[in-house]
Design a protein around this ligand. Structure first.
Ligand code: MG
Length: 397
């Protein structure tokens, strides 16, 4: 029988050093919460039967929002989150106790949520090490010369670099000995351990090492985020989508264009509110995602979209981009009609589209033209819109 494996992801830190209002594990990296990036490779490994996140007190709404970015199938594999404690040590113990409460036995990988670049290969090495050792941790040789300093910052000694390693997570342990060590440290009021292997050392276990990954960066300071964003940006590819929509005029006294209600001598025939601008933009974004079209996500036969306000269609498409870890760089729109006059409403339309798609105003272009009285728009039989969306998406693995 293969040994059961659980992954315990420690996400209870307040992340104050990273210099933002939200804890760092909930900040976005390339559009996706750090926590989701961290979880994804663990959730993708079927040998890991249980994935449990320890979260900070009061962070449940942030957690729920964050995991909403994961595909449904991945989300379904997550155990209910557990509330952590004051320190990292308290939080890990809370997670271990939760696993103990469900009768877990086997091996556990403990990983910091603030390391979102954990690779499948590193998890692989951790799993292999956990099959052989009671405790094993990823380690890297120290390449800088390391010195010990006094309180005044003066060098006291130069340490022998060849005997030093820097260590990371995921750290792999046999569950029961780790639980016992944590309980013992708690009972002895031994605190201040910065990783779990230190607790195992304290409890008298030998801790093995395996090869760490220099790319497995820990997000600690604001600069780390800037670096991580840069690294992430390099793996995004630009994609472009186009959209086109038409609605026929009918009796009425207004039309909707770009989420703005514009008084007019006619209305439009439509199942929804008939906003050609938002429909064309939605299709442009879905086109860039290669993710169907507005009709496939919101079937016109479905009565729930009758008279629907079209802002939800564009907001949905924009959210699909974010869920894929991408971002919308630019939306461009051309409205074609003899009337109503778009000019007086252009600024309001731009602002509304930016708001719906979650973009800055300068990322939205709105233009209008007549068709010189030619064709159906020229004869005033209806109005049309063309749109282009430029987005960036993570390169497929
Ligand atoms: Mg339409």
């Amino acid at each position: 029988m293969t040994t059961a494996v659980a992954a315990l992801i420690v996400a209870a830190g307040r992340g104050l050093r990273a210099g933002a209002d939200a804890p760092k594990q909930y900040r976005r990296l390339g559009g996706t919460p750090v926590l989701c990036r961290t979880l994804a490779p663990f959730l993708a490994d079927n040998r890991i039967g249980t994935v449990l996140v320890v979260i900070g007190a009061g962070d449940a709404p942030r957690y729920d929002e964050a995991i909403g970015h994961l595909p449904k199938s991945a989300r379904a594999r997550l155990a209910s989150p557990v509330a952590g404690g004051e320190t990292r040590q308290d939080s890990v113990r809370a997670g271990l106790e939760a696993l103990a409460a469900i009768g877990f036995t086997g091996n556990v990988l403990v990983h910091d949520a603030a390391r979102p670049f954990v690779s499948i290969a590193l998890i692989e090495r951790a799993l292999a090490a956990s099959a052989q050792h009671v405790a094993a941790i990823p380690a890297l040789p120290v390449t800088d010369t390391v010195k010990r300093i006094d309180a005044a910052g003066l060098i006291e000694e130069t340490l022998p670099r060849e005997q030093l390693v820097s260590v990371q997570t995921p750290q792999a342990f046999a569950f029961q000995p780790l639980l016992v060590a944590h309980r013992a440290a708690h009972a002895a009021e031994s605190i201040g351990f910065t990783d779990d292997s230190a607790i195992m050392e304290w409890a008298g276990h030998r801790v093995a090492t395996f090869a760490g990954d220099p790319m497995n960066l820990k997000l600690t300071h604001s600069d780390d985020f800037a670096l991580a964003e840069q690294r992430f940006a390099r793996s995004l590819v630009t994609r472009t989508g186009t959209g086109y929509d038409v609605h026929a005029f009918a009796d009425g006294d207004h039309v909707w264009l770009g989420g703005i209600r514009i008084p007019h001598s006619r209305g439009v025939t439509a199942h929804s509110d008939g906003d050609v601008a938002l429909h064309a933009l939605t299709d442009a974004v879905l086109g860039a995602l290669a993710d169907g079209d507005i009709g496939s996500h919101f079937p016109p036969r479905d009565p729930q979209w009758r008279g629907a306000s079209s802002d939800r269609f564009l907001a949905f498409a924009a959210e699909r981009v974010r869920q894929r870890g991408g971002r919308i760089d630019h939306l461009d729109l051309t409205i074609v009609c003899e009337g109503p006059k778009v000019g007086p409403h252009r600024d309001a339309i731009r602002a509304r589209i930016a708001e719906i798609a979650g973009l800055r105003l300068d990322a939205v272009g709105v233009k209008a033209t007549t068709s010189e009285r030619l064709g159906f728009t020229g004869r005033g039989e209806g109005l049309a819109a063309l749109a282009t969306a430029t987005i960036r998406l993570p390169e497929p693995e």
